[in-house]
Design a binder for this molecule. Structure first.
Ligand SMILES: *Cc1c(COP(=O)(O)O)cnc(C)c1O
Length: 368
């Protein structure tokens, strides 16, 4: 059985839109796309008056090298969010098929499923937020076409072993596509599982430049999968997904000095994760700092409202993750620079000023 047998039949036979840019190979005078003949003011040679290359080879090659896959196993889109959406639309028939997720997890999987009117099968993470492979396998009905696995998990921070992912891919071969979201893998101890896509055609991996690569604003995310899956999704992808300035920014980030810079910052974040995790766990009012393999710490508080107010009073915004199951008392705090992290600790230590008196009896903030 071919992995494409899992895809929507109408998508498999669909004719792709043929854009002007695709039909223009080799031309010199481009008068086929109704573009402006003049560059916009402020254009510094980027050529933004022209539609961009749908999948620029230089970017594909740089990412393929980085991720250890072949060019045809790579689809680049507007963040990994776009790949999630394309996967759901290509594999799930509205009103019939479903995805499987393990809450608490990243919200976009379920959002994309709802937009497509696909079902969402939930298999909660087990103790210590570990993936329960047997429970996932038991919940895969014929309707389930995609099994999303977020590793390291957002928002719980824990990782999933390579052995568990292999077991999922192997057991679900011919039944479902296993989509491993590695948005935070650069921060983790264990590396990517992308090398397994040669072995399992029903395995796909999501990577992004938004987190470790400091390019959230450029929206560059990748899907690594079998060449068949990549070709299928390219057919339903909008014709010009990658803005030229974003491609240029990505190529600079992926250059030798860009990579050296990222490695330095990764080392800082990993060191801070340990240091700040220890400092947080010693603060009064902190129930637990969840072990994290990502660039954030999810912290359970005795009174998360109070912690949120202290941070807010210091102008610090963190993510309220209390809507997630088993995180009803937790806030997710992104690791910033060492100075920023120190401010978080300071804000949580400081008593709330409102209405409190200092040792000499004065109300802080009020003039005597
Ligand atoms: C941030 C995040 C993404 C989104 O990445 P983009 O490439 O910016 O779309 C995907 N998955 C998880 C788990 C994330 O936390």
């Amino acid at each position: 059985m071919n992995v494409l047998d899992l895809a929507r039949p109408e998508i498999r036979v669909m004719q792709a839109y043929s854009s002007a840019r695709m039909e223009s190979a080799g031309g010199q005078l481009m008068l086929n796309a109704n573009e402006s003949a003049w560059a916009p003011v402020g254009d510094t040679g980027q050529g933004c008056n022209r539609y961009p290359d749908p999948q620029p080879v230089a970017l594909l090659d740089a990412l393929a090298l980085l991720y250890g896959v072949r060019r045809e196993q790579l689809l680049v889109g507007r963040g990994s969010d776009e790949a999630i959406d394309l996967l759901v639309r290509a594999f799930c028939r509205a009103g019939e098929d479903a995805i499987l997720i393990q809450p608490p997890t990243f919200g976009m999987y379920a959002v994309c499923a709802r937009i497509q009117n696909a079902g969402v099968v939930e298999v909660p993470l087990g103790d210590d937020f570990a993936l329960d492979v047997d429970a996932v396998l038991a919940a895969v009905t014929p309707a389930v076409k995609l099994v999303f696995v977020c590793r390291p998990n957002n928002p719980a921070g824990q990782d999933v072993s390579r052995a568990d992912i292999e077991r999922l891919a192997q057991t679900l071969s011919g039944r479902a596509l296993v989509v491993v979201d590695e948005a935070y893998v650069e921060f983790a101890d264990e590396g990517s599982v992308a090398d397994l896509i040669d072995q399992y055609d029903n395995l796909a991996v999501l990577r992004t430049l938004s987190k470790a690569w400091a390019l959230a604003g450029a929206r560059i995310g990748s899907l690594l999968a079998s060449a068949e899956v990549v070709a299928l999704l390219r057919r339903i992808m909008p014709p010009y997904p990658l803005p030229q300035p974003c491609v240029d920014a990505a190529l600079i980030a992926l250059s030798g000095w860009g990579q050296a810079n990222v490695r330095q910052r990764l080392a800082i974040v990993r060191k801070q994760r340990k240091l700040i995790g220890e400092q947080l766990s010693r603060l009064p009012g902190v129930r637990e700092v969840l072990p994290s393999q990502a660039n954030f710490l999810t912290v359970r508080f005795e009174d998360a409202d109070d912690a949120g107010r202290r941070l807010e009073a210091a102008g610090i915004v963190v993510r309220d993750v209390r809507r997630h199951p088993r995180l009803g008392d937790a806030l997710r705090i992104t690791l910033g620079t060492p100075e920023e992290n120190a401010r978080v600790i300071g804000a949580l230590k400081r008593p709330l000023l409102r209405g409190r008196r200092t040792a000499d009896g004065a109300i802080p903030g009020k003039c005597a």
